[in-house]
Design a protein around this ligand. Structure first.
Ligand code: SAM
Length: 225
């Protein structure tokens, strides 16, 4: 049992894109209360059958994703970088403004992702390693005004992208939640300057009426454009 139901959104995206592997280094931004980090740690340190876990939860739902994008391509060559990391030495770093109850194997950084001191703490845990995957399920405190919430969400995505630019290894994956709105195209353009493939997804586990979506960005590269 995970601490947050939203974990099933991550499982769905991981099943589809094969993001997490044993021994990976991952950073989970906006991790409290800790559902995503629990799953990430299970994948990185142990063996779990994600499909089984997902099916059990979603037995009544159709198993296909609600794909709103036509961008499907062979992504076999993604994450070459992960093959270079020592498969025994996984590392999970969970970051949040709120405190997180301990999760076995997970290093917690308590802080604001927009504050460089928080990035420095993350880098201390990384040492000389780079991340294979960076996740952001961050959400602003909702004001109730869509435009304000959208803009705050864009700022959080940009902060997570800056973290990725400093800590993600070549070929790495970046996944971020955002609230849809007028500036998400601009965000997408920025992401496309950093990743070979940027896909828009709305997981089936995400409520239809919510205005949230996810960008799944594959194959980080500093020289895409
Ligand atoms: N994925 C989490 C889980 O599975 O338990 C749930 C995340 S919750 C939807 C969003 C989180 O983003 C909140 O815990 C919030 O504190 C965090 N957050 C919002 N702004 C942040 C910021 N500037 N820095 C770090 N965390 C932030």
């Amino acid at each position: 049992n995970y601490r947050a139901r939203s974990t099933y959104k991550l499982i769905e995206l991981d099943l589809k894109y094969n993001i997490l592997k044993k021994g990976d280094v991952a950073i989970d931004c906006g991790a409290a209360p800790g559902g995503w980090s629990q799953y990430i740690a299970e994948k990185i340190f142990g063996e779990i059958d994600s499909q089984k876990v997902y099916n059990k939860k979603r037995r009544t739902a159709k198993s296909k994703m609600d794909v709103q994008s036509d961008e499907e391509e062979d992504i076999d060559d993604k994450n070459d970088f992960s093959k270079q990391q020592d498969v025994q030495n996984g590392l999970v770093i969970a970051v949040d403004l709120s405190s997180i109850e301990p999760i076995s194997g997970v290093n917690v950084v308590h802080g604001d992702i927009t504050d460089h001191k928080t990035i420095d703490k993350i880098k201390t845990f990384l040492g000389n390693r780079k991340a294979n995957a960076i996740f952001s399920d961050m959400a602003p405190n909702f004001s109730g005004k869509h435009l304000v919430d959208h803009m705050r969400s864009m700022d959080l995505c940009e902060a997570a992208l800056s973290l990725a630019q400093e800590t993600l290894g070549p070929g790495g994956t970046f996944l971020c939640k955002f609230l849809m709105g007028e500036n998400d195209k601009e965000l997408r353009t920025k992401l496309e300057r950093n990743f070979r493939k940027v896909l828009y997804k709305k997981p089936e586990a995400s409520r239809k009426e919510s205005s949230e979506g996810y960008f799944v960005c594959l194959m980080y590269s500093s020289d895409v454009k």
